[in-house]
Write a protein that binds this ligand. Structure first.
Ligand code: 6GU
Length: 231
């Protein structure tokens, strides 16, 4: 079974939203599982301290290498084949390709740090790879971990309603998705594009491809190989 182990100071955040809807139903059916390990349980002293002031000075606190290592070593057996990911805005950007490859594996071990970060030595010593979910800063890695796990879980067999529906969406074909419409036929004076009501499946497919390309050129020229949109 695909398994996510999350090391966090806020274990109550898991499964959180992943306990609802398609991911939550699949969790209940045993398609995947999630375990949140409380780093605080490995904290030091009467106050279970998990962080300390940065070497070299400066603002904020840094999570201690010994505490994070103790939590990992007590939670994840040596030889566990799952990749170890440290959620951090400094990390390599998460892509749909990486998500697909993580979804095909045994699962993930995810370390959530506070923004000031985790002592670099435990990241190196325990083989964590830094991963970011975008160019903005979150107050902790937990929301980023939920994003990463959601993206993986929806690709597992038996999670999405229609087996194919995970594959045609944005990024799986390198383009943004075409626009969707449903009833009513007219909404506040706006019609559904006539081609979608024509019953001509060849024309519908061609329209959708053209719209996907148009939207991608407009919004994400970086995704289109033949260069940015002409103005
Ligand atoms: Cl992965 N973690 C945090 N704390 N902030 C982020 C992020 C990750 N990705 C973007 N911002």
């Amino acid at each position: 079974m695909w398994r996510a182990t999350v090391l966090t100071l806020f274990p109550e955040m898991f499964p959180g939203p992943l306990g609802l809807s398609l991911a939550g139903e699949a969790l209940g059916r045993g398609v995947w599982e999630i375990e949140a390990a409380d780093i605080r349980r490995h904290g030091l002293g009467r106050h279970r301290a998990v962080d300390d002031t940065p070497a070299g000075g400066g603002a904020g606190m840094v999570m201690r290498a010994d505490v994070v290592a103790a939590c990992l070593d007590a939670t994840v057996p040596a030889g566990d084949p799952r990749p170890r990911l440290y959620m951090s805005p400094r990390g390599a950007p998460l892509t749909q390709g990486r998500v697909r490859s993580l979804g095909h594996g045994a699962g993930v071990v995810v370390l959530c740090g506070r923004y000031e970060g985790v002592d670099e030595r435990v990241v190196a010593a325990r083989g964590f790879e830094e991963v970011s979910i975008g160019d903005y800063v979150l107050s902790g890695g937990e929301l980023a971990a939920l994003v990463l796990i959601d993206a993986c879980v929806r690709l597992l067999p038996g999670v999405m309603g229609a087996a194919a529906s995970g594959l045609e969406e944005s990024f799986e074909n390198g383009l943004l998705e075409y626009p969707h419409y449903t009833r009513p036929r007219q909404f506040e004076g706006r019609d559904i594009p006539a081609v979608l009501l024509s019953g001509d499946h060849g024309k519908i497919a061609a329209w959708r491809r053209a719209e996907a390309l148009r939207l991608t050129r407009e919004r994400r020229p970086d995704l289109v190989k033949d260069g940015p949109a002409l103005v």
